[in-house]
Design a protein around this ligand. Structure first.
Ligand SMILES: *Cc1c(COP(=O)(O)O)cnc(C)c1O
Length: 405
C-alpha cells in the first residue's frame, strides 16, 4: 500500500485531560517527581514517560513531534524553536572536528551560510555540489565525509534531489542522508525513499499562517534520543526549544495541511502553465519542461501535487522589483520573504533570501537577477488572479500587450 501521510496525521488522537478534543497545553517549564529515585533515572535517560524540564521535552512538544513523525513515516521526531534551530543541531550532532559534509549548492541561504562560514570554525568543512548529478556527488565524498545534505526541492531554483539515488550513495559510503523537506511536505516523504533524517522549517507550509517560526527533526528513536541527551545532545545543549503554547497552535494548523497543500499545488500548477504558455521563463516541477519533472513524479504522493513554489525570470532586477511592487499594489500578494501563507508571497531571491551566496556563485548556479520566487497562495479564484497578474506584467512590459488578430 502507498504511504498515506495525511491519514497518519488524522488517525492520531490526543484528548485533553477533561475529554477535550484538543490535548491540554502543558503550561509548565518543570515537573515534579514523586520520588527522588525517579528523578535520577530520568536524568540517566531511563524513565520513559517522565517529564523533566521543558528544554528536554514537554507533552505539547511531543504531541506535535509525533504528528510530524507520522507525516514523514519516521520512528519519532523532535521539534525546535525554528527551522535553523533544527538543522544546525543535526549537523553538529553528526559531525565533529575534521569531518566533512557534501551538500547541495542550492539550499536555503541560512543553511548555506552556516556550512560556508560557521562550521569551518569548528573544522567541519563542506563541499558544495550540483546535487542533481549523482556522479559529481559521489566524486566529492572523501574518507572524512559523514553527511550528505540536500533539500527535496531546492530553494530558490526548485531543483529536485534524487533521494533514492542519494540514499544508495549514503548507504554505500556509510554516510547519513539529511533532507530538508520544507518545500514539499506531504508531496514527498524523504524517509520513505531512504533518507536517514528529515528536517523542516515549520514556519512555512506546515504552520501556514506566517505567525511563528518553528522547526522539526524526524528520525530514528536512537538519533532523536541522542539529540535530546542531557550530556551531549545538540538539541538539548544548544537550547533551541519550542514553547508549548506554540507547539499546540502549530498542531492545530497542521490538521488542515493536506487541504492547503492541494490548493497551493492546484493554483501553482494553473499559473505555471499559463505563464509558460505566455512565453515567460517559468520553473515549476509540475511542468513537463522542468528537467526533473519525471523524477519528482516518481517520488511523489500524487494527491498533493507539485507544491506551491514557482519561479519566473523577468530579465532584470529592476523589472522584477517594478512587477512585484505593482502586484502588491493590486493586492495580488505581498512583497515578502518566506512561504506557505494563504496569500501569495513574492521576492527576488538574488537580492534577499539567497544574498548570503556570493554573486559569482549565484551566476554559476543559474540564480539570475531577474528571478522572482512565488509562494502561491490559497486564492479561491485563480483564473481571476492570473488575469490580474497578466495585466500587471503587460503594464511593466514583461509581457507584450495582446494584439488583435
Ligand atoms: C525557511 C527555511 C529554513 C529556515 O527555517 P526558519 O524557520 O526560518 O529557521 C530552512 N530551510 C528552508 C528550505 C527554508 O525555506
Amino acid at each position: 500500500m502507498k504511504f498515506k501521510p495525511a491519514n497518519k496525521i488524522q488517525d492520531l488522537q490526543y484528548f485533553g485531560e477533561f475529554g477535550g478534543v484538543n490535548p491540554s497545553i502543558s503550561d509548565s517549564s518543570t515537573y515534579t517527581f514523586l520520588s527522588a529515585k525517579t528523578m535520577f533515572d530520568t536524568f540517566e535517560g531511563n524513565a520513559d514517560g517522565c517529564y523533566l524540564y521543558s528544554r528536554h521535552t514537554s507533552p505539547s512538544n511531543l504531541y506535535l513531534g509525533e504528528a510530524l513523525a507520522e507525516m514523514e513515516g519516521t520512528e519519532t521526531a523532535n521539534v525546535a524553536g525554528s527551522g535553523m534551530g533544527a538543522i544546525t543541531p543535526v549537523l553538529m550532532q553528526l559531525c565533529g572536528a575534521g569531518d566533512h559534509i557534501v551538500s547541495s549548492r542550492t539550499i536555503y541561504g541560512g543553511t548555506y551560510a552556516f556550512l560556508k562560514n560557521f562550521t569551518p570554525k569548528l573544522n567541519i568543512n563542506t563541499t558544495f555540489v550540483d546535487i542533481t548529478k549523482l556522479d559529481v556527488v559521489e566524486n566529492a565524498i572523501t574518507e572524512n565525509t559523514k553527511v550528505l545534505y540536500c533539500e527535496s526541492v531546492s530553494n530558490p531554483l526548485l531543483e529536485v534531489a534524487d533521494i533514492r539515488g542519494l540514499a544508495a550513495l549514503a548507504k554505500k559510503y556509510n554516510l547519513k542522508l539529511v533532507v530538508d523537506n520544507t518545500f514539499s511536505p506531504l508531496s514527498i516523504a524523504p524517509a520513505q525513499l531512504g533518507a536517514d533524517v528529515v528536517v523542516h522549517s515549520l514556519t512555512k507550509f506546515i504552520n501556514g499562517s506566517s505567525d511563528t517560526v518553528g522547526g522539526v527533526v524526524c528520525g530514528t528513536q536512537q538519533f532523536i534520543d541522542d539529540l535530546r541527551n542531557v550530556n551531549d545532545g545538540a538539541c538539548m545543549l544548544l537550547g533551541s526549544t519550542m514553547d508549548s503554547l506554540r507547539a499546540s497552535s502549530i498542531l492545530k494548523n497542521m490538521r488542515t495541511l493536506h487541504i492547503r497543500m492541494k490548493q497551493h499545488s492546484k493554483n501553482a500548477m494553473y499559473l505555471a502553465q499559463k505563464f509558460e504558455a505566455d512565453g515567460l521563463k517559468t520553473v515549476y516541477p509540475g511542468l513537463i519542461s522542468h528537467p526533473s519533472h519525471e523524477l519528482f513524479s516518481s517520488m511523489m504522493n500524487e494527491e498533493y501535487g507539485y507544491g506551491g513554489m514557482l519561479t519566473i525570470d523577468v530579465g532584470s532586477l529592476d523589472k522584477a522589483n517594478e512587477l512585484m511592487e505593482l502586484m502588491q499594489n493590486k493586492n495580488l500578494g505581498y512583497l515578502a520573504v518566506s512561504l506557505g501563507f494563504y496569500k501569495t508571497l513574492f521576492s527576488a531571491p538574488g537580492s534577499s533570501t539567497s544574498s548570503e551566496i556570493p554573486e559569482d556563485e549565484q551566476a554559476d548556479m543559474g540564480l539570475t537577477d531577474g528571478l522572482i520566487r512565488f509562494s502561491i497562495g490559497l486564492d479561491n479564484d485563480i483564473e481571476r488572479t492570473y488575469e490580474m497578474m497578466k495585466s500587471c506584467m503587460q503594464q511593466v512590459g514583461v509581457l507584450k500587450e495582446e494584439s488583435f488578430v
